[in-house]
Design a protein. Structure first.
Length: 190
């Protein structure tokens, strides 16, 4: 049975979720689909095109409305639902490879510049959140508080160095709460 473009995008998202963006290769996607890597190029011209399609799929179900703060929260949740989702969306948005429909929908409820700024802000903030989570998962930072409520991110603190010559990180890093910082910056007005 031949794979469709939809199958290729779905397979690439499974690989992304399992291995992360760094190891989301065309070979691994092909292996996930049970085909030779060359078969993928019948559907996409290159990996950048595939990344654009992946980003579009990640944000496809985000409901955009006039409440930009609520829309931002939904966008953030959609990116956090996929491992390295924010990095994929950030890459494609920065190089204009994808997420055009989302940006157009945001522009319909605000000024075009506000839409672009909001998109980049939320994506960047979500990247920071994912970075904190990945760092906590491998022990670079310790979770300070358990997750509480919907959409809340665990607060983290940087592990104190054991070697005396290494300076202690600034207190602001230890108290960093990416969720609170993101919410504080959201009152953007068109």
């Amino acid at each position: 049975m031949a794979n469709s473009l939809d199958d290729v995008v779905a397979g690439s998202l499974r690989v992304l979720d399992s291995y992360g963006l760094e190891f989301c290769t065309m070979r691994r996607v092909a292996a996930e689909l049970g085909v030779q890597p060359g078969a993928l190029y019948h559907h996409v011209a290159d990996k950048q095109t595939l990344l654009g399609l992946m980003a579009d799929r990640i944000v496809a179900d985000v409901q955009v409305d006039a409440d930009l703060a609520a829309t931002s929260t939904r966008l953030r949740a959609a990116m956090l639902a996929v491992r390295d989702g924010a990095e994929v969306v950030a890459t494609t948005a920065a190089f204009r490879l994808g997420v055009f429909a989302l940006e157009e929908a945001l522009a319909a409820h605000s000024d075009r510049d506000v839409a672009r700024t909001l998109l980049l802000y939320v994506v960047g903030h979500t990247q920071a959140t994912q970075l904190h989570r990945q760092a906590a998962a491998v022990g670079i930072v310790e979770a300070r508080f358990a997750r509480r409520g919907r959409g809340r991110h665990a607060r983290h603190r940087v592990r104190r160095p054991r070697h005396r010559r290494v300076r202690r990180p600034p207190a602001v890093v230890e108290r960093a709460d990416p969720c609170r910082a993101g919410r504080a910056g959201l009152p953007l007005r068109p």
